[in-house]
Design a protein around this ligand. Structure first.
Ligand code: AGP
Length: 370
């Protein structure tokens, strides 16, 4: 078993460290040699069909659903197609409005999740073309879908999904750019710039992994707490939800993720002296807004740690207790970096509490029953 873990203490940590490789593999062969275009030669979905898509639905469970939340923003911003994201167990029972004008994207690491598979079938029965983003090409979901965009993250063993999630983000970025390319919603220059930024991501993740100790210290600090909050806006909110799930899943510490602007509509009542709040503030266009939400929790005694870009650290340190800087990338790609410290946070909190990191209580790696 030690050999399979390649010297790492747990599969989860090994898988977190495999992310640069997973990003590279997922991009491999899908970017043209001149780095200007996305090439998806295996796609059955024709250019004609792509031009006719009226709406997109992204359906998944758990962490894959959280990847879908980021995917929604990527597609809407780049391809300007309206996107809904839903959890599969809700979608399948709410008589969804779906037809041949809809492209349905199901996201699943294992490709065996029962609810996601049922949602796929429901969508197909209504005439939709279904694209599966999955890590297992021989899976039931891959087999039944009309198209497969594989994430090449390699086998994921730990129950807590890490490299599969972040590779799903890469797959969404590739597919969003492809849609934009075919529908002509972005200039060639914009597409080339995003591709260049994507190609820089693996090294940027490596940089962050080299500084894992900072997160380890913070994780030890929060591991003594019973409750904490994650806040953010836009894609930061999506990443906050993933960070919160990861922490709950393996450290059993209760946490909630909130859209920063929603706090004052109820949750602010829970903020009391010393409660840790992790604020994601990577989106420049709403930075000021997030800072004002940070001040709201700070004024009520919260202990705030912010995740942002280096250039904002000095200013933000006036309003927060601690800051962690992620490398600079385009706003739409920040989730592929911002999630890394949150994965490490969950890992080291679980470790500090002496829990079974790779096999948390009550959970299975793949949920093949309802
Ligand atoms: C992730 O950490 C969880 N273990 C869980 O939410 C998982 O993402 C979910 O069950 C979906 O699994 P899938 O991607 O294999 O469909």
């Amino acid at each position: 078993v030690t050999a399979e873990k390649n010297g790492f203490d747990h599969f989860m940590l090994k898988e977190v460290y495999e992310q640069p490789k997973a990003y590279r593999e997922t991009m491999l062969g899908r970017i043209s040699e001149d780095h200007k275009k996305i090439v998806l030669p295996d796609l059955k979905l024709t250019e004609e069909q792509i031009k006719n898509i009226k709406n997109i639905q992204i359906i998944a469970c758990g962490t894959a659903y959280h990847a879908g939340l980021v995917g929604r923003t990527m597609i809407e911003q780049l391809a300007r197609i309206p996107v809904e994201t839903d959890v599969a167990s809700e979608y399948r029972y709410r008589s969804p409005i779906v037809n041949s004008d809809t492209l349905v994207i199901v996201v699943s690491q294992s490709g065996e999740t029962a609810d996601t598979l049922a949602a796929l079938r429901e969508a197909q029965a209504n005439g939709a073309h279904v694209l599966a983003i999955t890590n297992v090409v021989g899976s039931s979901i891959a087999r039944d879908a009309n198209d497969v965009l594989a994430t090449l993250a390699g086998p994921e063993i730990a129950v807590a999904s890490t490299k599969a999630y972040s590779s799903q983000l890469i797959a969404f970025a590739l597919f969003s750019l492809y849609l934009a390319q075919v529908r002509g919603t972005q200039t060639e220059e914009t597409i080339a710039n995003i591709i260049a930024a994507m190609q820089a991501l693996p090294e940027q993740v490596e940089q962050m992994l080299d500084q894992a100790d900072t997160i380890k210290e913070y994780a030890e600090q929060i591991s003594t707490h019973k409750n904490l909050f994650f806040i953010g806006r836009g894609v930061d909110y999506a990443v906050a939800q993933e960070g919160s799930l990861k922490l709950k899943e393996i450290s059993y510490i209760h946490s909630e993720a909130y859209a920063a602007g929603e706090l004052k509509h109820g949750t602010l009542a829970l903020i009391e002296e010393g409660i840790p709040v992790i604020a994601l503030a990577t989106q420049e266009d709403v930075l000021e807004k997030t800072v004002s939400n940070i001040k709201e929790v700070k004024a009520r005694g919260a202990d705030v740690m912010v995740i942002t870009h280096e250039e904002n650290v000095a200013t933000l340190l006036k309003s927060v207790d601690q800051a962690y800087a992620i490398p600079k990338t385009l706003p739409i790609l920040t989730p592929t970096l911002a999630v890394v410290p949150l994965q490490l946070l969950a890992y080291y909190a679980s470790l500090a509490l002496g829990l079974d990191v790779d096999k948390p209580r009550n959970l299975a790696k793949s949920v093949t029953v309802e």
